[in-house]
Design a protein around this ligand. Structure first.
Ligand SMILES: Cc1cc2nc3c(=O)[nH]c(=O)nc-3n(C[C@H](O)[C@H](O)[C@H](O)COP(=O)(O)OP(=O)(O)OC[C@H]3O[C@@H](n4cnc5c(N)ncnc54)[C@H](O)[C@@H]3O)c2cc1C
Length: 462
């Protein structure tokens, strides 16, 4: 099949979600009807940040797209569905911290270094030398390509075959595609262009820019050898995952890179800036700042901070709940559509689901090679129907989880940092948190089945 006879997909952004989409399209496109171009603004692919939680639900998708074998040795434990601790929750904002509750699910959280995850995805891109079993979709990766604008000509009739979308880059020749995917992250250019072209664009102004959550995340990797020296027998050296919870802030810790490091994320609510974050979203900070934030917390937390040589501080932003992710021939995916707060460790997982659902629709036997406007309308309606409510529900759940971790949920109003809090209240809150992770052991096939049923149901065409 020549490249010109295929459906041309342009993926803008080669983060976890853009890369996953390319790998998924290639894995599912058994008829070879798709060609992929990935356009990435950066001159090389690199993942910042250290660890990431992958969940049993997400692993089901990664298995379907052929990544399981490469990923398994990189996870902190062999995947299974045994009852496992996600986080051992402690009351950490006191000199004498204490255990509250083990938040569990079946299978736990699969922890992996982001760079390892990204490398596995890159190896499975359908490029020359790929580890993918088959190369079904020719794919080209264009680095140093920053999308600045796109233009499309509406077809004269709804059933006519569609014309191309033209992509305009800063300092690079333009290119064309049949379908444009915005996987360009929380500050997405595609989202801004897409929303400005919807009917009544003023309705969407508040979704153009992400909003600061009044929370910051301090991040750092701790060498386990160093931690053993500083605090022999530290709980984090052997524990599958810990959460030190306190008033207005908390710290999570889990192993990555086969136990060579522990990933530390310390989240703090900062009400001093009047709700507006000025300046860069990620800055290097001193250890002294971290010590100050967690002054008076239990010794285990102090030891972790002592081992973070170069902490960074991230201003946590999220997108308001957008209710349209696709229209015409443009689809938003991942943080571009639904950047959410990180308290559930779910943002990338929800983006991976977007990619799986979209790829399942596009590669389905009933999807024609020659796309009409009527058919792409059908696709966008299905994508919005299945993905928007799921992403909004997850975004709400992660925000709620943040209030629980920070002891700012309902019931904690009367307590200050370092206060003793009744155990029954703490346990009740941890159980509520555990319920917010119930989705991690559900199947993505239910959503996929729903999307495919709609694809074959002509009544779903609006
Ligand atoms: C502290 C923290 C912890 C987290 N933990 C987890 C976790 O445990 N599990 C989980 O699932 N999620 C987690 N998340 C969320 C997760 O990191 C994100 O949801 C995910 O990385 C988003 O991926 P993405 O591909 O959509 O966007 P990004 O990773 O932001 O990728 C976007 C890409 O687009 C490129 N780009 C941008 N603009 C353009 C343009 N105009 N033209 C071309 N290219 C462009 C960028 O260079 C970038 O490479 C966490 C987030 C934070 C902040």
């Amino acid at each position: 099949m020549s490249r010109s006879e295929r459906i041309h997909i342009a993926i803008v952004g080669a983060g976890i979600v853009g890369l996953t989409l390319a790998v998924t399209l290639n894995a599912l496109d058994k008829e070879g009807k798709i060609a992929i171009d990935i356009y990435e603004a950066a001159p090389e692919l690199s993942e910042i940040g250290a660890g990431i939680n992958v969940w049993p639900r997400t692993l089901q998708i990664l298995k379907q797209i052929g990544l399981e074998e490469m990923l398994i040795p990189l996870f902190d434990h062999q995947p299974d569905l045994e009852p496992r601790i996600i986080f051992g929750v402690r009351k950490g904002d006191q000199k004498e911290g204490y255990k509250i509750y083990d938040v569990m699910n079946n299978g736990g959280a699969l922890r992996i270094h982001r760079a390892d995850f990204q490398r596995s995805l890159i190896k499975h891109l359908p490029l020359a030398g790929s580890a993918a079993k088959d190369i079904n979709c020719p794919c080209t990766l264009h680095l140093s390509h920053r999308l600045a604008d796109y233009t499309s000509t509406a077809p004269a009739t709804s059933t006519r075959n569609i014309g191309p979308i033209t992509l305009h880059f800063s300092d690079k020749p333009s290119a064309t595609c049949d379908i444009l995917i915005g996987a360009d992250g929380i500050k997405s250019t595609v989202r801004q262009l897409f929303l400005s072209r919807l009917p009544n664009p003023q309705k969407y102004e508040r979704y153009m820019e992400p909003v600061w959550s009044e929370c910051v995340a301090y991040r750092g990797l701790v060498s386990t050898d160093e931690l053993e020296k500083v605090f022999p027998g530290h709980r984090a050296l052997t524990h599958p995952g810990l959460m030190y919870s306190g008033k207005t802030r908390y710290v999570v810790v889990y192993p990555v890179s086969g136990g060579k490091f522990v990933n530390v994320v310390a989240i703090a609510h900062d009400k001093t800036r009047g709700g507006v974050w000025e300046g860069p979203w990620k800055v290097d900070v001193t250890q002294a700042e971290l010590f100050e934030e967690y002054a008076g917390w239990e010794e285990e937390v102090q030891a972790l901070i002592q081992c973070i040589k170069k902490p960074t501080k991230w201003a946590l932003h999220a997108l308001d709940h957008l209710n349209v992710f696709a229209k015409g021939r443009v689809f938003l995916m991942g943080d571009s559509a639904h950047a959410m707060l990180p308290h559930l460790g779910a943002g990338a997982s929800v983006g991976i689901e977007d990619a799986y659902i979209f790829a399942s629709l596009l590669t389905h036997a009933s999807t024609p090679r020659a796309l009409s406007a009527q058919f792409t309308n059908h696709l966008t309606n299905i994508y919005n129907t299945v993905r928007v409510p799921r992403a909004i529900a997850m975004s709400k759940a992660t925000t709620e989880t943040g209030y629980i971790c920070n002891l700012e949920a309902s019931g904690f109003e009367g307590y200050k940092e370092h206060d003793d809090v009744p155990m029954d209240l703490l346990v009740k809150a941890s159980r509520a948190m555990e319920r917010n992770w119930a989705w991690t052991i559900t199947s993505p096939e239910e959503d996929r089945g729903r999307a495919l049923a709609l694809l074959e149901d002509p009544r779903a065409v609006l």
